[in-house]
Ligand binder design. Structure first.
Ligand code: NAD
Length: 484
């Protein structure tokens, strides 16, 4: 049986927190035993990260760090197939997704933030003084220190390097706590760190669960100078409380209940293609995915019919096969949660246009399969319409006026992302300005320029990452004022 170890101070070590099983969601089989970090291991990881700030890493120029970041990207790509297999086995997601998104983007993040740190200057201000000599202010970009990085399971490598790359670009050191569901690729990255010459202690990985375990040990550790987290809103609240001790900054990328808004004049085929992906890609386990769809009355029937056909068109099976277009959900527990909402929809009188239950996939009876599902007919305050389900499902509701569509979309405590589908530029601009979310797409979904601000409004998060916004979180600006 494969053992997955913690990575502390450049070495793979067994933790004192016992072991837990890592499952292949497609079959339910145990593929590895993961060694959980105890409190002492998290102490050691934070200590190593702190020591590394004072070692060779802390003395490197930006150019030297950038050269190493580029080697990390190359190093992942050189072992692309290993990363790909590890990610597929941890998540059950199809090769078609992991080979196009997870692993290439996971590697590319290091190049993106290498470019970013090289081209991002800081502010200078000249000021007048009463004696006429003047003064010059400039800001120095300094690392925050040790960053705690707590990650979810839905895009494990990609979302982890999205944080680790800018943190390292800014000169910080990190302690990563991957999701207990997906420990493999963060661990494999430790090998790449050593191979390309990242000094020991700069990148550490501690495994385990959240409350009362590695996650909480890390986020409550006084030696951590900042915490970046992606995951559920409720966990974000707990982490924010932990971060209050010691007044540590947090970046929180949290949950959503994202709405799509389709206007009568939308291009039907392009909309169905885009919104189909938004609802079902990665088995609906994308924070930006659409679980509420508001459709203007004139196009409503065609969207309902078209989306139901999209749902029915997915091919489930071996994720390593190119023909497979939909995998399982992440775990038995998550399958039960998603199916619980499917039951609630049925009990609430929903009209089921597609799916509606567990899926049976020949040869994979023990996998965590659920059907891509489309409902109509539920009240807007029904739990299926208000709660983040994080499964391949959406509820469609009709609207008449632009105002009404926007109001329905905004009727949520969450505010992560939306997509607007229309061929009228005026409608697009008006709606985009009024939707209370951090990320709006018009006639597209998940089209990402990594320099743009990324994050949520309302309960979907605090702060923005991406481009220079990441640098703002992972560095501290110190102003120097020189009297001339
Ligand atoms: P989760 O909150 O259950 O877990 C995320 C991580 O937090 C895991 O590593 C977990 O072990 C850890 N954790 C849990 N409780 C903790 C605690 N008390 N202290 C410290 N760490 C703790 O989330 P998940 O189920 O892994 O991921 C799915 C969620 O992530 C969804 O809500 C989804 O919307 C969200 N998400 C958001 C974004 C975004 O960019 N906004 C991106 C991806 C996923």
């Amino acid at each position: 049986m494969q053992k997955i170890l913690n990575f502390i101070d450049g070495e793979f070590v067994a933790g004192q927190g016992g072991e837990f099983a890592d499952h292949f969601p497609t079959t339910g089989e145990v593929i590895a035993e993961v060694s959980a970090a105890g409190k002492a291991d998290v102490d050691a990881a934070v200590g190593a990260a702190r020591a590394a700030l004072k070692g060779p890493w802390g003395k490197m120029s930006v150019q030297e760090r950038v050269a190493l970041l580029r080697k990390l990207a190359d190093g992942i790509n050189a072992r692309f197939d290993e990363f790909l297999a590890a990610e597929i086995r941890d998540t059950g997601k199809p090769r078609s997704i992991a080979s196009h998104i997870d692993i290439p983007r996971g590697a590319a993040n290091f190049n993106v933030f290498a470019d970013q740190i090289l081209t991002s200057g800081t502010e200078t201000f000249e000021m007048a003084t009463p004696d006429g000599g003047g003064a010059l202010n400039y800001a120095l970009r300094t690392p925050r220190g040790v960053i705690g990085v707590v990650c979810p399971w839905n895009l494990p490598l990609l979302l982890m390097t999205w944080k680790v790359a800018p943190a390292l670009a800014c000169g910080n050191t990190v302690v990563v706590k991957p999701s207990e569901e997906t420990p493999a690729t963060a661990t494999l990255l430790g090998e790449v760190m050593n191979a390309v010459g990242i000094p020991r202690g700069v990148y550490n990985v501690v495994h385990g669960f959240g409350p009362g375990a590695a996650g909480e040990f890390l986020t409550s550790h006084p030696g951590v100078d900042g915490i970046t987290f992606t995951g559920e809103t409720r966990t974000g609240e707990a982490i924010m409380k932990a971060a209050a001790n010691g007044v540590r900054p947090v970046s929180l990328e949290l949950g959503g209940k994202n709405a799509g808004i389709i206007f009568d004049d939308a291009d039907l085929d392009k909309t169905l293609e885009g919104i189909g992906r938004a609802c079902f890609a990665n088995t609906g386990q994308v924070c930006l995915g659409t679980e509420r769809l508001y459709v203007q009355r004139g196009i409503y029937d065609r969207i309902c019919e078209g989306l139901a056909a999209k749902a029915a068109g997915y091919v489930m099976g071996d994720p390593f096969e190119d023909a497979t277009t939909m995998g399982t959900v992440i775990s038995a527990e998550h399958r039960d949660k998603v199916l619980g909402y499917y039951d609630k929809a049925r009990a609430g009188g929903a009209t089921i246009l597609a799916g509606g239950g567990a899926a049976e996939v020949p040869g994979y009876a023990d996998g965590y399969w659920v059907q891509p599902t489309v409902w109509t007919g539920l009240a807007e305050d029904h739990a299926v319409v208000t709660d983040e389900i994080f499964g391949p499902c959406t509820h469609i509701c009709a609207f008449d006026t632009e105002e009404e569509g926007i109001a329905l979309a905004n009727n949520s405590p969450y505010g992560l992302a939306t997509s607007i589908w229309t061929t009228n530029l005026g409608t697009a601009h008006r709606a985009a300005a009024q939707i209370e979310v951090g990320i709006t797409w018009v006639n597209s979904w998940f089209l990402r320029d990594l320099r743009t601000p990324f994050g949520g409004s309302k309960s979907s998060g605090i702060g923005r990452e991406g481009g220079v916004h990441s640098l703002e979180f992972y560095s501290e600006l110190r102003n120097v004022c020189i009297k001339l």
